[in-house]
Design a protein around this ligand. Structure first.
Ligand code: SF4
Length: 498
């Protein structure tokens, strides 16, 4: 392949830094990748963050360069040649086949201050490399770069409304670090060219498959065509990669004696046995829980750019709950969901306080509900006392299940979605219509209130009704699942294995 044809974007170079095989697959076999819903949501959040950055950094004379790369390169060149002395957004440059699009360029003292905007909440190693690539291309394109900074989200920023986002970003001057990395940029480019222009690089799986980004080719590269794929052992990914390099594909291919983690040894032991292991502890703990029992689940949103007054970036904001209320003889259900688009937190909190009363354990699965309640206390501080009283009644089912149950089909996960099909095969998240997991629920809520990042228009009434039904069903299913879990373990007669 001719060198001139090897155009590489900055993100492709970062891929090569993470794993040359990843870059090769992105270029030649993108269809083998599976981008997760969470990753797609982050990309969309990044667009929203970028748009806010433009309003903060731009004046009336700012110019945003748009359209395809070829047009952007030409337009940028024309602006620079014309002596631009106003903020530029998305200005695009190319050097040695590397294409970069600069989030923000601010004219200053005959040169430019360059700002890269990220929707993360801190500076990461790869951000510095990212900025170094940008700096290298710009300076070699004849741009006088005075400084290179990274602007990331300030997660302590509290939105006060009226579209005022002053303080949303924290800026770090990385100029010195970036300049030191110049030799590494040149090395990386050489490595990336080989990865793209040569045969598939031979790279074993390992920790790099999930850091700094979850690789979209994980399902392709990690062994997956066995009954108990080795990744189900969990734990140290580098160590698992070593097992794969030795030819292990299935959990049962691994010698149990080579496992040092107690959890991995347990997973291996139960998987080898081929049947669930149930310890006696869960029954005693769960049957001792007094009535009434409340089973609580929240659905949340966590926008990078807040849109409700009093909320922070990425704060998990409850927008919906489901509660099952059980006494000795009956069980009933209550729920909250407001799709008006108005901030629902206060009404949500008041209804929750009323429904949960003042006594009885409030069961949750993992301590996420506790985090959400703490966020709610922050947002509705005048309701802090009754909300703290609820926090004091929380009972986490997760450690009880984790310590007392494992089934080979759980493949190393004690999430409610992994446990439920093993104890209650008649209940399946996969059978739910539409929304089947938390990210989809967040997106569904935002779509229903007309605030989805990718929405071209508000939802129709029919679509909103459909989303309402799916959201209610999904959240209710979570608390039904908890009820089922408690019933399952409470009915065990004390034997160690199912
Ligand atoms: S899954 Fe791992 S080995 Fe495969 S391309 Fe991604 S990072 Fe590289």
């Amino acid at each position: 392949m001719a060198r001139s044809a090897l155009y590489l974007s900055k993100s492709r170079l970062i891929s090569a830094w993470q794993c040359p095989k990843k870059l090769h697959l992105e270029k030649h076999f993108p269809e083998l990748g599976k981008v997760s819903r969470q990753t797609e949501a982050l990309i969309e959040a990044g667009h929203r963050v970028g748009a806010v950055a433009q309003t903060l950094y731009g004046g009336a004379d700012a110019v945003a360069v748009r359209f395809d790369f070829r047009t952007m390169l030409a337009e940028t060149q024309a602006l620079i040649d014309g002596g631009a002395d106003f903020p530029l957004f998305e200005a695009s440059f190319r050097f040695e086949g590397v294409l970069v699009r600069v989030d923000v360029m601010l004219p200053d003292a005959g040169g430019w201050r360059v700002i890269e905007v990220k929707s993360s909440t801190s500076v990461k190693d790869y951000h510095v490399l990212d900025c170094a690539i940008q700096d290298w291309v710009l300076r070699n394109s004849g741009i006088k770069v005075l400084s290179v900074s990274l602007a990331h989200i300030n997660n302590q920023f509290i939105y006060q409304g009226d579209g005022n986002f002053d303080g949303l970003f924290l800026e770090h001057d990385l100029t010195d670090e970036v300049r030191l990395l110049e030799p590494r940029v040149v090395e990386l480019l050489a490595k990336a060219r080989v990865a793209v222009g040569g045969p598939m690089p031979e790279v074993n799986v390992g920790a790099h498959c999930s850091s700094p980004f979850a690789c979209q080719f994980s399902a392709h590269c990690w062994p997956h065509d066995t009954r108990y794929p080795i990744r189900g052992l969990g734990g140290n990914q580098a160590k698992l990669g070593e097992f794969v390099a030795l030819g292990c594909r299935d959990i049962l291919d691994v010698d149990e004696n080579s496992l040092t983690s107690a959890t991995q040894r347990r997973i291996h032991r139960v998987t080898s046995k081929g049947e669930a292991e149930i310890l006696d502890g869960a029954r005693g703990v769960l049957t001792a829980l007094p009535y009434p029992r409340y089973y609580l689940d929240f659905e949340t949103i966590a926008p990078a750019v807040p849109f409700w007054r009093g909320t922070r970036p990425f704060q998990a904001i409850p927008v919906q709950w489901s509660v099952h209320i059980e006494d000795e003889s009956a069980i009933r259900h209550d729920e909250f969901l407001d799709l008006s688009g108005a901030a629902p937190m206060r009404a949500l909190a008041e209804r929750l306080i009323a429904v949960l009363g003042d006594s009885g354990p409030v069961l949750m699965y993992t301590n996420y509900e506790q985090q959400v309640l703490n966020n709610l206390i922050e947002i509705c501080d005048d309701l802090a006392a009754p909300l703290r009283a609820i926090v004091a009644r929380l009972f986490d089912l997760h450690p009880v299940v984790r310590d007392n149950y494992y089934h080979p089909e759980m493949l190393g996960s004690w999430s409610i979605k992994a446990v439920l099909p093993c104890i209650a095969p008649h209940m399946s998240y996969a059978a739910l219509d539409g929304i089947q997991e938390g990210t989809a629920a967040s997106e569904g809520f935002l779509e229903a209130i007309g605030l989805a990042d990718n929405a071209a228009a508000p939802p129709t009434a029919a679509r909103k009704a459909e989303l309402r039904e799916q959201l209610l069903r999904y959240c209710r299913f979570d608390t039904e699942a908890m009820v089922e879990i408690v019933r399952f373990f409470s009915s065990m007669s004390g034997e160690r294995n199912a």
